[in-house]
Write a protein that binds this ligand. Structure first.
Ligand SMILES: NC(=O)C1=CN([C@@H]2O[C@H](COP(=O)(O)OP(=O)(O)OC[C@H]3O[C@@H](n4cnc5c(N)ncnc54)[C@H](O)[C@@H]3O)[C@@H](O)[C@H]2O)C=CC1
Ligand SMILES: O=C(O)C(=O)Cc1ccc(O)cc1
Length: 301
């Protein structure tokens, strides 16, 4: 593809930032990808693996040399990084476009307004790739991570249309499908489909690991346990940040789920076979429909 910009900077070179860097280098969206972080080791590894061309620990240098800054740090760190970047680029005609990949959008929208005295910075575009895994770190990054996966952009009214368009093109260049969503809708949907399942997996594994029978439980666990709990191997810092940043929507999702679990407990205790059968049948139909959608999407690969 024709090169769109000279330099993309990835701030926080882990699974998500490393995979973006690899994809952009593979498809020629930019001339070079540079890395920025608070510590050298993962960035040195990124250069060694050919994920990035160079790196710096100096944020001012990144701001001066990149066309697009992509914040790929844990969610709450992204607020701190924004607090350093936005004042530094305010009013600068040659300022880079800023975007991010964090899992929650509302906290970053609020942070951006707070940092800029209530005025949303037009060239900051909120984004979130719905692709990843329980792994983390630059060594786990892959150039094909985003192919046929959704990337959600949550532009706000004050956004500069050209900035949104360039960020959209960047993600399209990775092979992703880019969709727009409202910030609050994004956070509610992701609380239900991603943040709640991670909390449930962590809770289940923690509860069983602390029980007296934990040795037997893990020794004899079947595939269902493995499927349900894979995501409990995800990075605790990342998920702690997500739970804090999306507290309101996550609490709503937990409460909705707790109500259903309580109903199911009542059905089990009362041997309510019709009630249980109805719940399991409804859930199976919904899950089968979801599996069919996934299969259709995989065909597009
Ligand atoms: N892992 C996943 O499946 C997905 C993660 N996300 C989001 O993407 C972001 C990154 O996630 P991963 O790449 O999985 O995490 P990661 O742990 O693999 O990478 C995060 C990187 O940020 C760096 N970092 C930490 N503190 C920093 C600081 N103060 N300044 C500069 N760099 C710092 C770390 O050194 C690391 O290189 C998170 O906000 C996460 O919520 C979004 C979609 C999927
Ligand atoms: O590992 C998995 O299945 C995931 O769910 C990956 C993931 C983690 C966080 C996100 O914000 C989006 C996707």
């Amino acid at each position: 593809m024709a090169t769109r910009v000279n330099t993309v900077a990835v701030l926080g070179l882990g699974l998500i930032g490393g995979s973006l860097a690899r994809a952009l280098k593979t498809n020629g969206f930019c001339e070079r990808v540079i890395g920025y972080g608070h510590r050298a080791p993962s960035l040195e590894k990124g250069v060694e693996l050919g994920v990035i061309d160079s790196f710096t620990l100096d944020l001012a240098e990144v701001i001066d040399s990149a066309d697009i800054l992509v914040i790929c740090t844990p969610t709450l760190v992204a607020e701190q990084v924004l607090a350093q970047i936005l004042p530094a680029i305010a009013g600068r005609a040659d300022a880079p476009i800023v975007t991010d990949a964090a899992s929650v959008k509302g906290n970053l929208e609020r942070a951006a307004r707070r940092i800029c005295d209530g005025q949303y910075p037009p060239r900051f575009v909120l984004g979130h790739p719905i692709a990843g895994s329980e792994q983390s770190g630059v060594a786990a990054s892959r150039a094909d991570l985003y192919i046929n996966h959704r990337v959600i952009l949550t532009p706000v009214a004050e956004n500069d249309a050209d900035a949104v368009s360039l960020v959209r093109d960047m993600w399209l260049a990775t092979g992703a499908d880019v969709v727009d969503m409202d910030v609050a809708q994004h956070d509610a949907v992701l609380a239900a489909t991603s943040h709640l399942p991670h909390v449930l997996a962590y809770a289940l594994v923690d509860a069983l690991a602390q029980s007296d029978a934990s040795d037997d439980i893990f020794r004899f666990a079947a595939g269902g346990f493995r499927d349900f709990t894979r995501i409990a191997s995800s990075d605790p810092v990342m998920w702690r940040d997500i739970a804090i940043a999306n507290k309101a929507a996550l609490l709503e999702a937990i409460d909705l789920f707790s109500g259903h679990l309580a109903d199911l407990r009542t059905a089990v205790a009362g041997e309510d076979s019709d009630g249980m059968h109805a719940t399991f049948t409804r859930a199976k139909a919904a899950r089968d429909e979801f599996a069919a959608i996934l299969a259709e999407r995989a065909k597009g690969k």
